[in-house]
Design a protein around this ligand. Structure first.
Ligand SMILES: Cc1ncc(COP(=O)(O)O)c(C=O)c1O
Length: 390
């Protein structure tokens, strides 16, 4: 038998790698958001096997609740094991085959990520770009469709990097007129902003657990229309990713005779089910309204303290507000003051917008009057410290 640790060695190890004591921050950035105590409690429930009949019931209920959240009757609806990017990658790799054209609408950082994925899977990305902080114009999408043989149009509903909420109805109509599929990134919008998968004709919609659903990161809900599934089932070639092949994951998540695909993150699924139950209790439409009201309150307070909204004000996403950082104010200093003096996290800009904007998220349980008022007040005090008002 190997020798045990000496008392001194054990004490040293416990001191170096002490108990984790994470700071209790109020997460008012681009996500994750804070987690409702009921969801946290679900994470501590006893684990069962991923093929246990009890877990099979949990899976079916989670799928039902997800259909409610997405407003869809799609049979193929489940959480992908992975973060929002895993949802994005599943959507793209199942649709794209070598040489396929996809119109990718880019109004920020996450649109660029989709375009990158299309190319990595052998597709041709036809990029339609918006001005920073503006929506994609439907005419530009139509032009791209008219001049290509696109199999799909991919678009971000709530572009977290710019705070834009993209209208989808018209773009959906045009997409279908050209016989293409509509793929929508609803990572930041699901459970916080109006989203109607069936009514709006969305073929593939993916999201993430950690934003308006208020769960830990690690699951990416996805829903796929029958039309998109038939395109996937009739591919010329096999999906290049084994893990994200929807036709095989479906056999584990949807069919009554469940076939093992991978070991589902069981506790995360409990948590998602609880997050969705909270949504169901509040009702989707009430949740959307709460996010709109608190975003409006926040925008008003932000303007009162002398700051300007970065995003086109007709299209501000109710879950995330992007604010211009005034000239001569240090981005890092302000965020540090918020973190160290108020325990509040907000996000800076991504990519080209780094140092230019702040992003304040009021998502899920964090979308409240109290938080809207608090974060504006904290920003004002942090700006005073930077001598902004002198
Ligand atoms: C719109 C959007 N899409 C995709 C992602 C990627 O999600 P994740 O970081 O969970 O992989 C994010 C993350 O913030 C996002 O906001």
């Amino acid at each position: 038998m190997a020798p045990e640790n000496s008392k001194e060695e054990l004490a040293r190890i416990m001191q170096v790698y002490g108990d984790l004591k994470p700071p209790e921050r109020l997460l008012l950035g681009a996500g994750p958001s804070n987690i409702d105590p009921r969801v946290l409690k679900a994470l501590t429930l006893p684990i069962v096997e991923h093929l246990d009949p009890f877990f099979a019931g949990v899976m079916s209920e989670t799928v039902d609740l997800l259909r409610y959240a997405f407003k869809t009757g799609n049979k193929v609806t489940f959480p992908i094991s992975g973060t929002g990017s895993a949802g994005m990658e599943s959507a793209i790799c199942n649709i794209v085959e070598e040489g396929d054209e996809v119109v990718v609408c880019i109004s920020g950082f996450f649109g660029d990520r989709i375009s990158d994925m299309v190319q990595r899977y052998g597709g041709k990305s036809i990029e339609v770009r918006a001005q920073p902080g503006k929506i994609i114009e439907k005419e530009a999408v139509e032009e791209a469709l008219a001049n290509s043989n696109a199999k799909a149009v991919a678009i971000v509903h709530a572009e977290t990097s710019t705070g834009i909420l993209q209208p989808l109805k018209e773009i959906s109509k045009i997409t279908h007129e050209y016989g293409a599929l509509l793929v929508v990134d609803a990572v930041t919008s699901l459970g916080g902003c109006e989203l109607k998968v069936d009514e709006w004709g969305i073929d593939i919609c993916f999201s993430a657990s950690q934003k308006c659903l208020g769960c830990p990161p690690g699951l990416a809900p996805i829903t796929v229309s029958e039309r998109a599934m038939s395109v996937i089932r009739n591919r010329r070639t096999r999906v290049r990713s084994w893990y994200f092949d929807l036709s095989t994951i479906e056999k584990y998540w949807i069919e009554s005779n469940r076939v093992y695909h991978h070991t589902a993150p069981i506790l995360l699924v409990y948590a998602l089910r609880e997050g969705l139950r909270l949504l169901y209790e509040e009702r989707l439409e009430n949740r959307w309204m709460r996010h709109i009201e608190n975003m409006r309150l926040l925008v008003g307070r932000i303007e009162e303290i002398g700051l300007k909204i970065f995003t086109d004000k007709n299209h501000i996403c109710p879950a995330i507000t992007a604010i211009n950082i005034p000239k001569n104010v240090n981005d890092e200093n302000v965020r540090r003051t918020l973190r160290e003096e108020y325990n509040i996290t907000i996000s800076g800009g991504l990519g080209e917008l780094k140092g230019k904007i702040w992003r304040v998220g009021l998502m899920g349980v964090n979308s409240s009057r109290k938080n809207a008022i608090l974060v504006a007040e904290a920003l004002k005090n942090a700006l005073k410290k930077e001598k902004y008002y002198e």
